[in-house]
Write a protein that binds this ligand. Structure first.
Ligand code: ADP
Length: 218
């Protein structure tokens, strides 16, 4: 059975989540209090409704508790975002993801019971900063406040070097967990594996260690 999603707030973030879920074959109920926004999603979402989600009765009448996952993508109205999240949790929605505008907002969303709190603007800022440090950093995934996974492209400096020669874990404290070379993926590369220019390296470690590795070798 297809997973049922509902997205509340159809701004840039919520709208993009809604489109991506639909593109991936999911069923999505799109909700916004603004009629014009809802109109934009009539032909995109599975269903689109105008509703103010701070009203518990309205959420109940939409049968929101039958959805597997609700995404609260309300933008600037922090009060509405918190109240909506609280009602969803109280109604027993199994998975609630909420967008936070800042650290205080995030703290309250966690306290009222959001399963996951996302910070799209902050995370995108960090991603872009990594791209600015080096054009060879392709992607960045934050594991916690201090640890990340980074995808980067090996340049000339690493060409022809084995994992043993580089000894990255001892020198920088981070580890190469996979190498992607064309269609081939080498997971947990062995000590004698040789890196080639243009290999895609997946590196895990503390942020500070990854940055030192990037600055020296990427
Ligand atoms: P973004 O930064 O993602 O573009 P916006 O602030 O533009 O965010 O969008 C948030 C959306 O949330 C708006 O379309 C707004 O109408 C909607 N919204 C705000 N409060 C409520 C609410 N109480 N019920 C339903 N939708 C809401």
């Amino acid at each position: 059975m297809k997973k049922q999603f509902a997205v509340i707030g159809l701004g840039r973030f919520g709208g993009s989540v809604c489109r991506a879920l639909i593109e991936n074959g999911m069923e999505v109920l799109a909700i916004d209090r603004d009629e014009a926004k809802v109109e934009q999603f009539r032909d995109i979402a599975t269903h689109a409704v105008i509703a103010d989600t701070t009203d518990e009765k309205v959420l109940k009448s939409l049968g929101i508790r039958n959805f597997d996952h609700v995404i609260v993508a309300i933008g600037d109205d922090i009060q509405a975002s918190i109240l909506t999240t609280l009602i969803l949790v109280e109604l027993g929605v199994p998975h609630v993801t909420a967008k936070a505008l800042n650290a205080y907002h995030a703290k309250v969303l966690n306290k009222v019971g959001a399963e996951k709190v996302v910070h799209p603007e902050r995370d995108m800022g960090v991603r872009i900063a990594h791209h600015l440090i080096s054009k060879n950093i392709l992607d960045y995934l934050e594991l916690s406040d201090d640890y990340s996974i980074v995808e980067c492209i090996a340049g000339e400096k690493l060409n022809g070097k084995t994992m043993v020669e580089l000894n990255i874990r001892a020198t920088y404290g981070c580890s190469i967990i996979a190498i992607k070379r064309g269609r081939e993926i080498i997971v947990s590369p062995a000590a004698d594996e040789t890196i080639q220019t243009d290999d895609l390296l997946v590196v895990i470690g503390a942020d500070a260690d990854i940055v030192r590795f990037e600055m020296d070798l990427i």
